[in-house]
Design a binder for this molecule. Structure first.
Ligand code: MG
Length: 346
């Protein structure tokens, strides 16, 4: 499946912008099989039934060799919330006042803060008589400015993994999990770098105002970590059924989660408690303290300034974690091969 199809598969029916500005729904496929083929699933603990053993062993190499780097967006890859680069200026809203109003409404009404901001954006646009459809939102993505080195980061890390893993067949994927808007992310220059994007999204056609189709909250982000872990990235499929650890294609130990603050605590906790890694980033000395707090609380392995250039501490520390993951993959692969030889005489 081509890369474009994979990325668009994050949602159930996705909304595709058309030239006329109208929109239509289309179903897309999952990026990978959502039912792992047990004959291909790696694992080192579950003995196979003796009769199947020889046949499976011959075609069952160790497969848990995908490393997933998973990013938050606002404050992690770009300094400000993504709506501040084009949407708020277009409707003449002062960012500070907009977020203060949104948070106040959410507090007073006992509403979800994310649903509230998604509603308020369009309520204010409508009040000003400004129409912003899906394709406008995608266009707004071009205005997003990133921290230094972000546009080059993905290829630089990929090339590091290629060099460090050598012939070991290790695959690298970049994922995005954001409470921001899918449509804006799609218009950014880095969209093509992600294997999949999970972010909040609107319905555009059935309502007077665009209506939240998917809202990704801080704790809701963890669902998508499990989707990556289990290889169930098609949102039309339930994530809740039990899947034994050995059948999960990307173990948490192969993940690094990048976040910038308290909103990332649930994701960092899930990743780290399951043997994975987390890095917290900050935009400079003024907000360094929040990273120190996360670090002291054991939420992240490292913290660093959000400088994604190859000369930065962030790059060096990420590569250190990647080195460890590649070493672990190598050990697991060797253990798997040894087990295959001992149990199945191969
Ligand atoms: Mg953030």
């Amino acid at each position: 499946m081509d890369k474009k199809s994979r990325k668009r598969s994050g949602g159930a029916p996705r909304i595709k912008a058309e030239a006329s500005g109208r929109v239509s729904a289309r179903k897309t496929q999952a990026p990978r099989s959502t039912k792992p083929d047990k004959s291909e699933a790696g694992g080192i603990t579950r003995p196979l039934p003796a009769r199947r053993a020889h046949a499976v062993a011959a075609t069952a190499p160790y497969t848990k060799k995908t490393i997933a780097l998973i990013y938050d967006f606002d404050g992690t890859l770009c300094p400000r919330p993504m709506q501040e680069y084009a949407f708020l200026p277009k409707i003449g809203a002062n960012p500070e006042e907009f977020w203060a109003e949104s948070n106040r409404i959410a507090r007073e009404q006992g509403a979800d803060p994310l649903i509230t901001y998604m509603h308020l954006l369009y309520k204010k646009a409508k009040a000003k008589g400004i129409r912003i459809d899906r394709s406008d939102l995608v266009t707004q993505g071009a205005a997003v400015e990133f921290f230094p080195g972000v546009p080059q980061w993905f290829d630089a890390i990929s090339s590091y993994v290629r060099k460090a893993a050598g012939e070991r067949g290790v695959t690298l994927r970049h994922y995005l999990i954001s409470s921001g808007l899918t449509e804006i992310v799609e218009g950014t220059t880095i969209f093509s770098k992600f294997y999949n994007v999970f972010a909040s999204e609107y319905w555009f056609d059935p309502y007077d105002l665009p209506f939240p189709k998917r809202v990704i909250t801080d704790t809701g982000k963890t669902q998508y970590l499990f989707r990556i872990n289990k290889g169930i990235e098609n949102l039309g499929e339930s994530i809740n059924h039990h899947m034994p650890e050995q059948d999960r294609p990307i173990p948490f130990s192969n993940m690094i989660y990048f976040g910038d603050g308290e909103t990332d605590v649930p994701s960092m906790a899930v990743v780290r408690k399951n043997g994975g890694h987390a890095i917290s980033v900050h935009g400079g000395s003024s907000d360094r303290e929040k990273c120190v707090d996360l670090f002291k609380a054991g939420r992240c392995d490292f913290f660093a300034q959000a400088d994604y250039r190859t000369t930065s501490p962030l790059f060096t520390r990420t590569c250190m974690l990647i080195d460890r993951m590649i070493a672990d993959i190598r050990i697991c692969e060797e253990t798997w091969a040894l087990q295959q030889r001992e149990e199945f005489g191969r």
